[in-house]
Design a protein around this ligand. Sequence first.
Ligand code: G4P
Length: 531
Amino acid sequence: MTQSPAAQAARRRTFAIISHPDAGKTTLTENLLLAGGAIRAAGQVRARGENRRTRSDWMKIERERGISVSASVMTFDHEGLMFNLLDTPGHEDFSEDTYRTLTAADAAVMVLDAAKGIEPQTLKLFEVCRLRDIPIVTFINKMDREAQDPFELLDEISTKLALDPAPLYWPAGSGGRFKGMVDLRRNRFLPFAKKTADDDGHPDPIAFKSNAVVSYLDPDEQAEVEEGSMLVQEASKPFDPQSFLEGHMTPVFFGSALRKFGVAELLEGLGAYAPPPTTVPALRNGETIHVAPGDREVSGFVFKIQANMDPNHRDRVAFLRLTSGRFTRGMKLKVQNTGRQLSVNSPIMFFASDRELAEEAFAGDVIGIPNHGVLRVGDSLSETGTLRFAGLPNFAPEILQRVRVKDPLKAKHLKKALEGLAEEGVTQLFRPNIGADFIVGAVGQLQFEVMADRLANEYQLEVAFEPAPYAEARWLGGEKVDVEDFAGKHRGAMASDIDEQPVFLAKSTWEIGYVAERYPKVRFERSKERA
Ligand code: G4P
């Protein structure tokens, strides 16, 4: 049975999971894959979370890019729906990478540790989601451990995130006293089994307020959960799917990812409420149009590049999020900004632990396109090559360092390697107009360590980072004459980025304020959208 691109897109759910480290993202990912039938046994994704625990282990895992990349997107077919789970890097140093990944997601699951509520990284990631108003589903995890009062958790969501929480379930106790939860929509009670032999069997749901409940709750517990669920329904707004889609309301689920409790319910909720791909604004010949998932023309944008997944082959894979049409293997697509055409003969789809050739794909899907540097992060691809989706921003780095290669004969090699990493979006590269140094910029210190590690392992380059005499980088905007006038007068502080765009390297934030005042016609921008 062949379905139209619109019908195929309508059964896609493309989402990402955001959380503070240790809240349970890896455990939840794995158990969602299990609940969705994508994997049969625990342990496949889990290994990753454990390895990330320490920095050196984490870097080792980064080197084992096969694992890391197959986990970048995980696709599974479940109950007639096609789920694409996008992985976001957990470490805060990679917020830019996370931002880009979230541009490819239609919804996000926010995992909270029930004992900790909203943590700093949750807040940061939430803000990134809010920039795009992506609908957010909340999963309050670790209910099998001593948790905060659920009313307080809801209050925190509403005050810290300015989001209306709409609980769809209500927990009975927590920690040693966790007995299950009430399904508020269907008036059922889902009992939680403390320990089961195979660790995944929980008793079947029963009617709430039926006699059977007494086998799971003592009278006090029963009174408490009845009162709680009544109160919470009075106190909170009822779940409104429209308000959720607009980013004002979040449905709240409870559970224990580790004990596989509440995970199937979350998956069901994602299927029922998370939005399928919708229309995306784009520019065509200078005019704004809306690209619909069911449009004939195949289109999409590259949100991530991963290079050297296999260190023996200098391969690079571009992750393309499709926005419209029926993509078929062997199709020719054009890159909007360069006009280059490529035949996509071996597109990859990522099914949990396997990669497969994608014979066809639709809006909402993510395909990996192996290429040799033709594709860059932010590229728009389409059959006509005339569509351009809003660019993915580059953010001004917070740390700038000078990089030197220990063997001076390898300077040229270094240039290529740094360009490769910058094209992947790992770090940013600035070449000062005067001198032979390379300045690299990153959002956090860990990025430099990962970079040194990758330069050594993938490019056999021993490098040293030294403090750069610059503190900030700003892209220049404004009329050409004004930009050139400024650049001419500040030649010693000017550099080019990877796209040959002019960048001002300032010694301090104060200096930016100073020049901005003196050159009011020039804009000193903190982020740049790739043209
Ligand atoms: P992350 O990806 O968000 O960083 O979190 P991850 O899934 O790795 O989980 C962090 C820790 O929290 C792990 O424990 C994991 O087992 C535990 N965890 C996750 N979900 C639950 C849950 O629902 N209940 C309980 N009780 N624990 C949960 P760890 O001690 O670091 O590892 P391990 O020794 O358990 O393997």
